[in-house]
Design a protein. Structure first.
Length: 247
């Protein structure tokens, strides 16, 4: 996190939801934001390809205004591991799918926790100012889910490019690594199909930004971060509007 004191803005680069002590980072960051009276928070997800759904949820809880669900449907077709000898550790995934998953009338194994659980906004150090989420083509999975959760709030603006991850849903939850026996190439094969919001258009598109900022050769040549510059311009415009209204 870095803070622009002139704009009363905190910029959080969240490049993953997999590694690091993220919960501690979020807690300390939003405590500092509260203490310093920060009015704008920028969440930069452009290099975030996803990771832990729980880490994504935790960050969303600092930003959302209403309780939210992660998904309408989280289901797997099968929970047998025919090629378990190529999956490490297969037993952990098998155990979870048998005890946390339940086979429903549609014949699929549902992860009901994410389908039913309502996650509430954080009480301590919750941010109520304006949020800007910066997205791009490398924004996938849990990062796309975060953008979708906060988009549409009156105090939130998505800036940048369409996410690489799908707005309607993705494959998620358990992500075992399979080592192919001959080539030894390792591939990740998600076990659950996750539909984030059944009412969204199912067209294969990602989360579309509220304010689109596309890359340009001129910005690249000059070494200018066009997306962050656009966010700063939006903040200045909002500040000018608020100051004019105060007079």
């Amino acid at each position: 996190m870095r803070i622009d004191t002139a704009l009363k803005t905190a910029i959080l680069n969240v490049n993953t939801f997999s590694d690091g002590r993220l919960n501690s980072f979020f807690r300390k960051s939003f405590r500092t934001i509260k203490k310093q009276g920060i009015e704008n928070v920028v969440i930069d997800l452009r290099e975030n390809s996803g990771g832990s759904i729980f880490s994504s949820i935790r960050l969303a809880q600092y930003l959302v205004q209403q309780p939210f669900k992660v998904a309408d449907t989280v289901a797997a077709i099968d929970r047998s591991f025919k090629y378990k000898k190529h999956i490490r550790p297969w037993f952990i995934y098998w155990l979870s799918m048998h005890f946390a998953g339940k086979k429903e009338q549609d014949g699929r194994i549902h992860f009901r926790f994410f389908e039913r659980k309502q996650f509430k906004p954080k009480k301590h150090h919750h941010f109520n100012g304006h949020t800007y989420v910066v997205t791009g083509g490398y924004t996938f999975s849990a990062a796309t889910m975060l953008a979708g959760i906060v988009q549409g709030q009156p105090n939130t603006t998505i800036v940048g490019e369409e996410t690489g991850g799908g707005a309607y849903g993705n494959t998620a939850v358990h992500l075992p690594t399979i080592t192919l026996p001959n080539s030894k190439v390792r591939v990740v094969l998600p076990l659950f199909r996750l539909v984030t919001d059944k009412d969204r258009i199912k067209n294969g598109r990602g989360i579309l930004p509220d304010v689109e900022v596309l890359p340009t050769s001129q910005a690249i040549k000059l070494g200018v971060d066009a997306k962050l510059e656009k966010v700063r311009a939006l903040i200045r415009a909002l500040n000018n509007t608020n100051n004019s209204g105060a007079r």
